[in-house]
Design a protein around this ligand. Structure first.
Ligand code: GDP
Length: 441
């Protein structure tokens, strides 16, 4: 067509700068991004600790904090102010207290952190599974105070740790919290460290990927600044924020084929009629690249790129990105679809084997497979074996039933072809409850 009758079929062209993206990335001053999930027993101090982290890192302004404090004092819960930074739960609303959720992002000099799934909800496990499926690592919060550590162990501490490990999370930072309540007793800390460490290694975490920090979320000790308590002087290790920072380098698959799971699809902007957002799971991309979306098999052109809402010429695995696209009809783009390249497309499959942690009894049964926001009707067609949690070795072959708390290898058949490949994190649900979660093999 000529210049004056631009039709819908007219292909947009965008000049590529032909950058070596991995070179650009290693030269760039752009902060690394990392997602983590916070786990632990109810009342361990998760919300308070994360509120402290956000406040100390300047992610929340003083006025907002003061507002929380006032609201909290009004109902006689002054110490809850920090927790409210994160809590947006129904309990507060039920008391007629309305507080805008502030943020779940904060930055250090080197890294932009996102707390995936801010804690605070009573009905925590379903949220946590969603969070764990995007997490680079986990922070396990333990209440060190007398009696509480012990009841936490019987409660959700172990369940949560096992869950994140089953979802493929390899690194775990243990915040041994409320150390102020036990006068920074070193022996107490060591005892907790030994018990948790022995549990975590049985759950399949490698010793080198586990670290312990004695801290107090409420006082801010050993969170972003070293504790000044005389009783705490025996601890010479890292603060929580230092440990978060050293969790780098995150093993994002920069040199692997491009994979990006579409989170949201936006349409209708004048400048950018079709945009998709999501996290880059693997590989890299740049303006002018041709992409392939699966399962539609349609191609599109990248007109422009945003990383953490800032314009960029390129993006790499681990970053949260928005891609403005051309030459594609948005009917081919859905949340849960996968962006890749024609040279290395993601396979679409109907059957897979997965290693999962069972929350309910598993047997050949109907389930929904959830991967991020994508969900597909399916059935567990075969129980291959129950497995040892630490080594993954088969304990029992072809069991008739797998009981809750067991790790098992199962075969799943889906009702439709889905773009999926190992080691994707998946969740199996049935009748509205989560029955298992784990990794595609
Ligand atoms: P969550 O359920 O794990 O999110 O726990 P919260 O953050 O809501 O805290 C539960 C209770 O423990 C609250 O009363 C907090 O004030 C208290 N708490 C939190 N952190 C600390 C701490 O470091 N020391 C002490 N002594 N109490 C704390």
């Amino acid at each position: 067509g000529g210049m004056n009758n631009l039709s819908v079929e007219e292909k947009v062209t965008v000049k590529s700068k032909n950058l070596n993206v991995l070179d650009e990335y290693s030269k760039s001053k752009r902060k690394k991004s990392a997602n983590f999930v916070v786990i632990g027993h109810v009342d361990a101090g998760k919300s308070t600790l994360m509120g402290r982290l956000l406040a100390d890192q300047g992610a929340i302004d003083q006025r907002t904090l003061d507002k929380y404090r006032k609201e909290a004092e009004k109902i006689g819960k002054g110490s809850f102010a920090l927790a409210w930074v994160l809590d947006q739960g129904s309990e507060e609303r039920a008391r007629g207290v309305t507080i805008d959720i502030a943020t779940n992002k904060f930055e250090t000099d080197n890294t932009a952190f996102t707390i995936v799934d801010a804690p605070g909800h009573r009905d925590f496990v379903p949220n946590m599974i969603a969070g764990a499926s995007q997490a680079d690592f986990a922070v396990l919060v333990i209440d060190s105070s007398i009696g509480k550590f012990e009841s936490g162990l019987k409660g959700q501490t172990k369940e949560h740790a096992l869950l994140v490990r089953s979802m493929g999370v390899q690194k775990i930072i243990v915040a041994v919290n409320k150390m102020d309540a036990v006068q920074w007793d070193k022996e107490r800390f060591t005892e907790i460290e030994q018990q948790i460490s022995s549990f975590l290694t049985t759950a399949g975490f490698l010793e080198k990927n586990i670290s312990f920090i004695p801290c107090s979320g409420v006082l801010g000790d050993n969170i972003t600044r070293r504790s000044e308590e005389a009783n705490a002087s025996w601890y010479r290790g890292r603060t929580l924020i230092e440990e978060l920072e050293t969790s780098e380098p995150y093993t994002h698959a920069l040199d692997k084929p491009l994979r990006m799971t579409i989170g949201d699809v936006f349409r209708g902007g004048v400048q950018n009629p079709i945009s998709i957002s999501g996290r880059l799971d693997a590989g890299s991309l740049q303006i002018g690249d041709q992409i392939l979306t699966m399962p539609s098999g349609e191609k599109a052109l990248i007109r422009s790129v945003e990383v953490d809402s800032e314009p960029s010429d390129w993006a790499v695995a681990g970053q949260n990105v928005t891609l403005n696209l051309a030459n594609i009809d948005p009917v081919h783009l859905r949340s849960g679809d996968v962006v890749c390249r024609a040279s290395a497309p993601i396979p679409t499959i109907t059957t897979f084997t997965a290693k999962v942690l069972a929350f309910e009894h598993l047997m050949p049964m109907l389930v929904d497979v959830h991967r991020g926001r994508l969900h597909v009707p399916a059935r567990i067609s075969k129980l291959v074996a129950s497995l040892d949690k630490a080594s993954g070795a088969a304990l029992k072959k072809r069991p008739k039933i797998v009981s809750p708390g067991t790790v098992a290898r199962v075969v799943v058949e889906m009702d439709q072809a889905v773009p999926l490949e190992a080691p994707t994190r998946i969740v199996l649900r049935s009748g509205g409850t989560t029955v298992a979660a784990g990794l595609l093999e």
